[in-house]
Design a protein around this ligand. Structure first.
Ligand SMILES: [Zn+2]
Length: 248
């Protein structure tokens, strides 16, 4: 290290900001060069003098506050910029958005499967001519029969409007579980009303259209209900209103 280069580093050396390699080089030069050694001592003396005599002013509170606010804002901005420079953040955001979009495809509503199963059970029973295994218009008879077959007591009611005739009941299968299926009729239209205990999975109140059937799901009296029929929307609504009235 020569004098010219060495003198450039004197300030940083005195501030203790010189990296270790440069510092060792400079110290070696200072040992060999009395001129630079002298310059260093002069600078040291000046610093001591300056520190002892320079006037010191306290910044007014509002200036101090403004400086602090500006600095903090800069730090926050920098933090945010740094955050957005992280590629993983984009990857994570993309994954969340993709999952959200794909969710209905990956996990189609279990409720829809329930309704499909119910429609399938109704359709199969109709084709086999076995819509009801107990043939009665008496809700108590149908309820007792179903209770004996199922191990739970389904709510069985008869609509007050005589145009909906109760036919009887059978054991249906929905999502691999035995459920009560109570059968009603209006003219040539048949209705299978599936019922089972809701547990902690209550069905939403919703109208469906599956496999050519009108369907409706709801939850009442701690039970899940799925009505499957070829009734018109309006007639199915009337039927369900009547069932719900009777359940109260
Ligand atoms: Zn020198």
């Amino acid at each position: 290290m020569n004098c010219k280069v060495g003198r450039q580093f004197l300030d940083a050396y005195l501030d203790g900001e010189l990296e270790i390699e440069k510092r060792l080089e400079l110290e070696q030069h200072l040992n060999e060069c009395p001129d630079c050694q002298k310059l260093l001592e002069q600078q040291q003396k000046f610093r001591v003098f300056f520190n002892a005599n320079a006037p010191f002013y306290t910044a007014p509170d509002d200036l101090r506050a403004r400086v602090r606010t500006t600095l903090e804002a800069q730090v926050q901005k920098r933090k945010i910029i740094l955050l957005f420079r992280q590629p993983w953040l984009y990857a994570a955001a993309l994954l969340v958005i993709s999952l959200w979009l794909a969710w209905p495809l990956l996990f189609p509503g279990r409720d829809r499967y329930l309704v499909y199963d119910a429609a399938l059970d109704h359709s199969r029973a109709k084709l086999l001519g076995r819509l009801y295994d107990v043939n009665s218009a008496d809700p108590d008879v149908v309820k007792d029969w179903l209770t004996a077959k199922l191990g739970f007591t389904p709510p069985v009611v008869r609509p007050s409007d005589p145009q909906f005739q109760m036919q009887g009941g059978r054991v249906g299968v929905v999502r691999d579980r035995k459920v009560a299926a109570v059968v009603y009729k209006k003219n040539q239209d048949l209705i299978s009303l599936f019922v089972w205990p809701a547990g902690n999975k209550p069905l939403p109140e919703k109208d469906w259209s599956v496999s050519g059937y009108q369907a409706c799901t709801w939850n009442a009296a701690n039970s899940n209900f799925v009505a499957i029929s070829t009734l018109s929307d309006h007639d199915l609504d009337v039927f369900i209103d009547q069932i719900r009235d009777q359940l109260k």
